[in-house]
Design a protein around this ligand. Structure first.
Ligand SMILES: Cc1ncc(COP(=O)(O)O)c(C=O)c1O
Length: 404
């Protein structure tokens, strides 16, 4: 008789965004005349930039001729893309990362979920609270998180690092020593960031205690302030303690195209074993590469025209972020984020819980956001709005909220 992986049965409820989707669908079915504006899920709405479309078209044509057809991609990704990443995302920022330390993939969600596989089940993870749910849930699936406390909504074997108004939504070094530390800056969901000096403290700490940092830089393109690092490798010593995850979803609108990459420096070792070799083995065994067409589209992200067009796309979303931030502030809400990130983090008014505020906004303003408690216990009473909508919808949504 087969047995299931019963770690899956420990997972509480469904994935946050499935729950939200179901709630919104029920409301929409009962209220077909209402125009619902979705500022919940972090999906982009602007079309792909012309430079990317052009590259996709020409790659499609290549696939139609025997001389230029491409089958399976190389395990780590095509060199043209890995070189473009190395030059633009690392060398240009003074970071020492070689092209063969970059693993191209179909996105940061898969990588952030799969990366835990190369670590022993005995490792203890530390996560920010609130947190992007994938880091915790995938460790639950692996059986690394212990027992779930349904009242506290925490796992017995996970170190939670509260990110609250009191600490400026920046985690403090944990009292208990973790083996694996997940950090994400600019942060989803709070929209907060930390400075290069603050990140250096984490790198020094990880090197001191022998921990590895899994640094999710999915929102790096939204950084507007000077002293905020775009990569953890801007910090001295990060090559011996940090893995970095990147996505093309938010900087280039690839949520439906699918492309990302993970960096594992060869200096990141336990004894003689490099994490690079383990991830390379995993990639080779379980993954057959992002499509050639998509990797060509990724290359266009780094072309002069692509860069120019994407700068405007990011600015478009950040203009929405400013509208949300200013509008809510004007309406008396306590708001943060939105300066280096496309997320605005607000406190639910009148002592409402996150889900009470979700229902209130859905029913009274027909606006969908994301309840902060869905990201962890310290997210309770908070709420996330995204700047990824159209400008028109963003303005209408905020004006509706202001009118409540
Ligand atoms: C922090 C973070 N990492 C990763 C992802 C997923 O990125 P991708 O679309 O590349 O899978 C998201 C998406 O919302 C995210 O918020």
């Amino acid at each position: 008789m087969f047995k299931v992986n019963d770690n899956y049965l420990k997972l509480p409820g469904s994935y946050l965004f499935s729950t939200i989707g179901k709630k919104v669908n029920v409301y929409a079915a009962a209220n077909p005349d209402k125009k619902i504006i979705r500022l919940g899920i972090g999906d982009v709405t602007q079309p792909l930039a012309p430079a990317i479309i052009e590259s996709l078209h020409s790659a499609v044509d290549e696939m139609g001729a025997a001389e230029t057809f491409h089958g399976y991609a190389p395990d780590l990704g095509y060199e043209f893309l890995r070189n473009a990443i190395m030059e633009n995302d690392y060398k240009a920022r003074g970071c020492e990362i070689a092209a063969d330390e970059i693993f191209v993939s179909d996105g940061a969600k898969c990588d952030s979920g799969n990366i835990q596989e190369i670590f022993s089940i005995d490792n203890k993870i530390a996560v920010c609270d609130p947190v992007y749910p994938v880091y915790v849930d995938t460790n639950v699936m692996a059986g690394r998180t212990g027992v779930y406390d349904t009242v506290k909504e925490t796992w017995s074997n996970v170190i939670y690092m509260p990110c609250t108004e009191d600490n400026g939504f920046a985690p403090e070094l944990p009292k208990e020593t973790p083996d694996i530390i997940y950090l994400c800056f600019p942060n989803n969901p709070t929209g907060s960031t930390i400075t290069k000096d603050q990140l250096q403290v984490w790198v020094d700490y990880a090197n001191k205690v022998g921990a590895v940092i899994i640094y999710d830089a999915a929102y790096e393109a939204y950084i507007s302030e000077e002293n905020v690092p775009h990569s953890i490798y801007e910090c001295a010593g990060a090559r011996t303690c940090a893995i970095e995850l990147h996505s093309f979803s938010k900087n280039a609108g690839f949520t439906g195209v699918r492309l990302g990459y993970t960096v594992i420096p060869k200096d990141l070792k336990v004894g003689d074993v490099t994490l690079h070799s383990l991830w390379a083995r995993r990639h080779g065994t379980k993954y057959n590469g992002a499509p050639y067409i998509v990797q060509k589209a990724g290359e266009a992200v780094y072309s002069p025209a692509g860069k120019e067009q994407l700068k405007k796309q990011v600015a478009y979303y950040m203009n929405n972020a400013k509208y949300i931030f200013d509008g809510l502030k004007e309406a008396g809400y306590t708001v943060s984020g939105g300066v280096n990130a496309p997320y605005i983090w607000l406190k639910a008014p009148k002592n409402m819980t996150s889900w009470e505020f979700f229902d209130y906004l859905l029913e009274q303003a027909n606006v969908v956001g994301t309840p902060g408690s869905g990201f962890g216990p310290s997210g309770e009473t908070y709420f996330r709005l995204t700047a990824f909508g159209s400008y028109e919808n963003t303005v209408e949504a905020i004006n509706r909220i202001k009118a409540l």
